[in-house]
Design a protein around this ligand. Structure first.
Ligand SMILES: Cc1cc2nc3c(=O)[nH]c(=O)nc-3n(C[C@H](O)[C@H](O)[C@H](O)COP(=O)(O)O)c2cc1C
Length: 174
């Protein structure tokens, strides 16, 4: 099942993802990409989770509604999570500080998008790509925070995130 090589990447079981997920998301960061080749957007995210839920390997992604990427994630059934080595830190900085509403992120970063097996968009430069399908989404709610400091620190000056729980349908590595 996992002898497939496509777009220069090898398919793996999501359980074989080698890097600690806290490091992978929190330190390495990821690009969340949604849309189709020709009409997509990507943004940097460093908050999220990888795990197991509803008998499936899943990721949790948190996106603030003002992000341009949010529009694509809302519209599409799928998204991808792309992880890069340190060489691409500057590209992730750009995708995390500028909006696709204002700049052409592909031109600015030099990243090369490709269409994935399931029709989403990911990047040739990524060392790990997760193709994901949306399963569940909900806005975080102020009244549900059990520790007020968390809300104060992260949301008193900016909007609450929408949480997306996505199934990891395919995982690809180099
Ligand atoms: C390191 C880092 C991590 C980020 N993590 C998130 C995140 O988890 N969720 C989120 O909504 N925005 C996050 N952002 C902010 C978005 O990446 C940023 O607002 C971006 O410019 C949105 O681009 P867009 O408008 O093209 O979608 C992060 C930014 C950086 C630099």
């Amino acid at each position: 099942m996992f002898d497939i090589i496509l777009n220069n990447m090898r398919q793996i079981d999501p359980r074989e993802i080698a890097t600690n997920p806290i490091r992978l998301i929190g330190d390495q960061w990821m690009l969340v990409t949604a849309g189709k080749l020709g009409n997509f957007n990507m943004m940097t995210a460093s908050w999220g989770c990888l795990g197991e839920l509803w008998y499936k390997p899943v990721a949790f992604v948190f996106i603030r509604p003002p992000r341009y990427t949010f529009e694509f994630v809302e519209r599409e059934d799928r998204l991808t999570l792309s992880f890069f080595d340190e060489t691409y830190r500057q590209a992730l900085q750009i995708c995390g500080t500028k909006s696709g509403r204002d700049i052409d992120k592909v031109a600015e970063t030099g990243l090369t998008p490709y269409e994935t097996e399931l029709g989403s968009v990911a990047f040739h430069e990524a060392s790990l790509v997760l193709e994901c399908r949306k399963l569940y989404a909900d806005m975080l709610k102020k009244e549900h925070f059990l520790v007020p400091e968390i809300y104060q620190r992260s949301y008193s000056a900016s909007e609450l995130h929408k949480m997306f729980i996505v199934e990891i349908e395919r995982a690809w590595t180099k």
